[in-house]
Design a protein around this ligand. Structure first.
Ligand SMILES: Nc1ncnc2c1ncn2[C@@H]1O[C@H](COP(=O)(O)OP(=O)(O)OP(=O)(O)O)[C@@H](O)[C@H]1O
Length: 804
């Protein structure tokens, strides 16, 4: 018999008076207390559990309702206790059963869910399969199918944009505008900017389509950013799909109101923008006045002109070499920051909390700003991207209202923008965190004294305290400075700026460093084409930097420059010769005339300053007709996947190297200062005289941080570059050195030349011997030479006969 005690939920045990048991003869040793339960029921018989998991009683079971004391004296009590024991056992059985039931229930639920998912997937598949048919049907009914047909045609006739990574929505807009093919600058810029996420410095003539060359990448990145922001929402929706319909309705409501809000905003923005256009037309005179003002300020600021001359000089030394598009310009303010790809992984801010636009375009005049805005609005017409114009001479109030909505893209002239930044507009509060920056018509923007605000703005942009990476586009119609400035100032210019210098000047002003990411290409080359490699650079400093970068990259470079002791130089040369994969980093002076055997690659890290140097450098390879290749970086084919993997490594190395360099430089300076002060018997009581390296703890932390970074890097360096990396000796399609067709003949010629030399030497010694033996015969020097020549000729004539 099985019995179950059902205890009512809020039953409590009651203490039993002990006096009742005092007369009985039972042994109560160790008894602490008695308690009684009054409200319970005992169910006898087999326990059945219903599907819901609740215990269910058989209809035949006898239901005994008790209301009284549990513990009774004598046989009755014992019977009760036995019953209780049984019920306890029964209870654990029941628990087991309940557990099993729970599991079963869970399993069934899962099965149901899986089935639901399968059904959904099946439905989706069926829908996809049927879609083309449905569309065909719809196309036959034009009145209801216009949109769908348009969608279908989004890329029709736009094949020439293929491979340029233009977002679908933008492509539709381009098709509407009738832009069937990209212009040259667009074709050059788009893949580098979008796919490779490079910074761009572009120069192309007016009307060449520069606006879309930077506009399309901006739209691409913003769309990507927005999609990422919307992802969590769509995930929520998916979750609420599985049951919470009310939740869905709420979401829909919110979306609808948001959409409405967006529409209102859009109207207001468009209204304001068109207002601006009208006002701007009336304002042309103002524009001229502004330009005059600018000229005046140019006059006033002519004091600073000389300092810029100095900069220009420096830049000339650096050499920039930009023709149309400079990919991957380096930023001085990025040094020491984590150069991760800009978009992926970066935290996204929703509109309400954004304190900066997603993109900022700076234009020199209000007319250009409005023109660019119009271009972008047209290109973004199938997106929800909002573009606003902030220019001088127009109502500040309206512009403030526009900024309150925090547009995605702001096209601005620096003056008004700076004013609003200073006012503390929320949307511009952290303008330095803007991830997309365009400086259009940059040559006009940087004219001396033309835009003080631009300088301040760029200064602020440089002071980005976060580790977010900016994607920058610097565009210019021409590298000729349009406003050359007042005569008086121009006379002061000692040097006439050529295009290269202007670009350098421009990049310096923008905070751009004319340092192409050539290290990556060099690393790429070294990794992909093993062999003894000699790299030439123009300066000792450059070699020192390369040595530290490639040492961290575990390439074991050997320096060779004029500042080294001769013994060290020879030692490095020996090491280089002994290692079939040796890497020698040399300056022209140090390597001139050196006969280094078996050098497979000579790389011109920097273009040699003279033709002679080029010849000398190149002569280090393929000596004595050995195989060898001469490379100008980065003029060889690169595999993008490998290159981007290497970029991660090189960027990490740069961070380590920069931090190490800065720290060591400060330390060296401090040490020198302290030592000099000691020698001079001067006490340094002002700690401010020394560079701030932090206290001991901070220095310790800095070292620890560097060690950590190096450790991470070494782990990264240990990983394979690509699953099937193939290594060849030379960067050619076959991996072999493709030599000119006449190489064979030149080898023969060289061999012949060598033989001739040998013969000549032999003949000389023979003649000398003859001369010495006939002491009486005095032979003049000319006679001797003639005799030599005769001998040589004779031997050469004999040579072919011998080989025959
Ligand atoms: N791919 C294209 N196909 C046809 N027309 C284009 C294309 N891209 C741009 N355009 C048009 O060419 C004209 C010039 O473009 P845009 O204003 O971008 O040139 P720009 O180089 O910026 O000139 P500017 O230096 O004067 O500002 C515009 O009218 C633009 O609509």
């Amino acid at each position: 018999m099985a019995g179950v005690v059902h205890v009512k939920e809020k039953t409590s045990w009651k203490p039993v008076e002990f006096s009742r048991f005092v007369d009985s003869k039972g042994d109560f040793d160790g008894l602490i207390s008695f308690e009684e339960l009054t409200d319970y029921e005992i169910v006898k018989g087999e326990v059945k559990v219903d599907v819901e998991g609740k215990p269910r009683k058989k209809s035949t079971e006898k239901k005994v309702k008790k209301s009284g004391k549990v513990i009774k004296t004598g046989a009755q009590a014992n019977q009760q206790i036995d019953d209780l024991n049984e019920t306890v056992e029964e209870k654990s059985d029941l628990e087991k059963e309940q557990d099993q039931l729970k599991k079963k229930k869970k399993k069934e639920k899962m099965k149901r869910k899986i089935q639901e998912l399968k059904n959904k997937r099946k439905l989706r598949k069926e829908k996809q399969e049927n879609e083309p048919k449905q569309k065909k049907v719809k196309l036959e009914q034009p009145e209801s199918s216009e949109d769908e047909a348009e969608d279908d045609d989004a890329t029709k006739g736009m094949e020439r944009w293929k491979g340029l990574h233009v977002p679908e929505e933008v492509l539709r807009a381009l098709r509407d505008a009738g832009f069937r093919a990209p212009t040259s600058i667009q074709a050059q810029v788009l893949p580098s900017a979008i796919r490779d996420q490079m910074d761009i410095v572009g120069a192309a003539e007016t009307g060449s389509g520069k606006t879309l060359a930077f506009g399309i990448p901006l739209l691409h990145f913003i769309l990507e950013e927005k999609r990422k922001e919307n992802d969590p929402q769509s995930m929520d929706e998916m979750e609420s799909d599985s049951g919470n319909e009310t939740g869905n309705a709420d979401v829909e409501d919110i979306d609808a109101s948001a959409d409405q809000e967006k529409e209102e905003e859009s109207n207001e923005m468009d209204e304001t923008n068109s207002d601006m256009e009208e006002e701007s037309e009336d304002d042309e005179d103002n524009g001229e006045a502004e330009e005059k003002e600018d000229e005046q300020s140019e006059d006033e600021s002519d004091d600073g002109e000389n300092s810029d001359e100095e900069n220009v000089g420096e830049l000339q030394e650096d050499g920039t070499g930009c023709v149309a598009v400079v990919k991957d310009a380096d930023f001085s303010w990025m040094e020491g920051l984590t150069p991760a790809p800009m978009m992926p992984g970066a935290p996204m801010l929703p509109r309400a909390t954004r304190t900066h636009p997603r993109a900022l375009i700076l234009e020199p005049t209000r007319e250009l700003a409005i023109q660019v805005k119009n271009h972008l609005v047209a290109a973004a017409k199938y997106t929800d991207i909002k573009v606003a114009v902030i220019v001088g001479g127009l109502s500040m109030e309206k512009q403030r209202r526009v900024l309150k909505k925090c547009p995605d893209i702001i096209v601005a002239t620096p003056g008004r923008l700076w004013e609003l930044i200073q006012e503390g507009e929320t949307c511009l509060h952290e303008v330095e965190k803007t991830r997309l920056l365009v400086v259009d018509e940059a040559d006009r923007m940087i004219e001396k004294g033309h835009f003080d605000e631009l300088a301040r703005l760029l200064e602020k942009m440089k002071r980005d305290s976060t580790k977010e990476i900016r994607h920058t586009f610097v565009f210019s119609a021409t590298l000729t400075l349009i406003h050359t400035g007042p005569q008086r100032v121009m006379k002061k210019r000692k040097k006439k700026m050529d295009e290269k210098t202007k670009l350098g000047y421009l990049m310096r002003k923008m905070g751009l460093k004319p340092k192409p990411k050539i290290d990556i290409y060099l690393y790429y080359f070294l990794r992909q084409y093993p062999g003894r490699t000699l790299v030439f650079a123009n300066s000792k400093d450059c070699i020192r930097r390369l040595v530290s970068v490639f040492t961290i990259l575990q390439c074991r470079p050997l320096p060779l420059h004029a500042d080294m002791h001769q013994r060290q130089r020879l030692k490095n040369l020996d090491k280089f010769t002994a290692n079939p994969n040796g890497l020698l980093l040399a300056s022209d002076v140090a390597a001139r005339g050196l006969d280094i055997p078996n050098v497979e690659h000579v790389i011109h890290y920097q273009v040699p300053q003279t033709v002679e140097n080029y010849v000398h450098r190149s002569g280090r390879t393929a000596r004595a007709m050995k195989e060898g290749l001469n490379e100008d970086l980065p003029m060889f084919p690169v595999e993008q996947t490998i290159l981007s993997e290497l970029k991660r490594r090189v960027n990490m190395v740069r961070q380590i190297e920069t931090q190490e360099y800065r720290f060591n430089k400060k330390k060296r300076q401090n040490d020198w200062f302290i030592k000099s002060a000691e020698e001079a018997g001067v006490e340094i009581d002002d700690a401010g005289l020394l560079d701030d390296l932090g206290d001991d703890d901070e220095q310790q932390r800095h070292r620890q941080h560097l060690r950590q970074m190096k450790h991470e890097l070494s782990l990264l360096l240990g990983q394979p570059l690509a699953p099937q990396s193939t290594y060849t000796k030379y960067p050619t399609r076959t991996g072999k050195l493709v030599t000119p067709q006449n190489t064979e003949r030149s080898v023969d010629a060289l061999a012949q030349l060598k033989k001739n030399k040998k013969v000549e030497k032999q003949a000389t010694s023979e003649v000398e011997q003859t001369t010495n033996s006939s002491e009486q015969t005095t032979v003049s020097r000319s006679q001797k030479r003639r005799q030599l020549r005769r001998e040589k000729w004779k031997k050469r004539k004999e040579e072919p006969q011998k080989t025959e």
